[in-house]
Design a protein around this ligand. Structure first.
Ligand SMILES: [Fe+2]
Length: 290
């Protein structure tokens, strides 16, 4: 039997990564894939990145590239905004960029966007961040079967993704499609991190989505202790509420406010304040919020 673990979308949540790491090391898989968005949109990018690089070196974890690594690397280019409303919206990305050393930026840049290999039990496995349709084209629980079929072409035996922060395990034709969900920022209303375990034999593939508890109060404190909330710009408050609510909020803010902020109709600060008025903090976070 071969055992494969899939982790995705850690988003700089260090307590969640440590807890996932411990679970995985106890399980002793033959391979571990980390499917991108390891850093950014969270308070501890440097700690997470160093831990992952260490796991790659010592335990051969395989790391790939996600759209958030891409956002951070954009600050390497001349045309990245350095002031004005567009910069303010991206200030949290710039904060992450500044937390990483030149060497760490280089290792980010060298990540592959895709890994493919044959498992020792014979199955052909491919890992990408979102899907074959692009770095941000995610496979969601509501994505129609026919659409998923197109998004995994050329279809392998096992297709592994993250990006949506919503776990999924489905068989499409001969392919096992597995979305590991998110370690750092689950978006399905359940604040427990998720990861996937795959068991393969010569004639069988079995998938298990695991959810677990971790020190969420520390993850919330990290937003304050690292000064992410103070230094990362107003959008960090939106990210903080994503962690508290286990719901995606940046996209919702984008739809309602991005144009207004870019055109000068309102400031980013005002838009975030107005947006958060409508966000309900669920019971599971009410006592943790500072
Ligand atoms: Fe993500």
């Amino acid at each position: 039997m071969t055992k494969v673990a899939l982790l995705a979308d850690i988003h700089a949540n260090f307590p969640a990564l440590l807890a996932a790491s411990e679970q995985i090391q106890r399980w002793k898989p033959d391979a571990v894939y980390v499917l991108g968005d390891s850093i950014n949109r969270g308070p501890r990018p440097r700690e997470c990145w160093r831990h992952l690089v260490k796991m790659r070196r010592e335990r051969h974890w395989k790391l790939i590239y996600g759209n958030h690594e891409d956002y951070v690397l954009k600050f390497e280019t001349e045309d990245a905004p350095r002031s004005g409303p567009r910069f303010e919206i991206l200030q949290f990305v710039h904060w992450t960029y500044q937390k990483l050393s030149r060497e760490e930026i280089q290792t980010l840049r060298s990540l592959p966007a895709q890994i493919e290999e044959h498992l020792s039990t014979g199955q052909y496995l491919r890992a990408v961040h979102a899907s074959m349709a692009g770095l941000r084209a995610g496979i969601y629980p509501h994505t129609p079967q026919e659409k998923i079929r197109e998004m995994i072409q050329p279809a392998p035996d096992i297709f592994c993704v993250g990006h949506t922060h919503k776990p999924l395990a489905r068989q499409i034709g001969q392919t096992h499609v597995i979305n590991a969900g998110s370690v750092g920022l689950p978006f399905d209303g359940n604040p427990q991190p998720s990861y996937a375990k795959i068991y393969t034999t010569l004639d069988e593939v079995r998938v298990e989505i695991c959810r677990f508890d971790y020190d969420r109060s520390q993850a919330i404190k990290d937003f304050h202790e690292t000064r992410f909330l103070d230094e990362g710009g107003p959008m960090v408050k939106v990210i903080y509420h994503e962690l508290l609510s286990a719901q995606p909020l940046i996209n919702r803010w984008n739809q309602s406010y991005e144009e207004k902020v870019l055109s000068g109709e309102c400031t980013l600060e005002e838009s975030v304040k107005d947006f958060l008025k409508g966000i309900h903090i669920p019971k599971f976070s009410a006592d943790l919020k500072e």
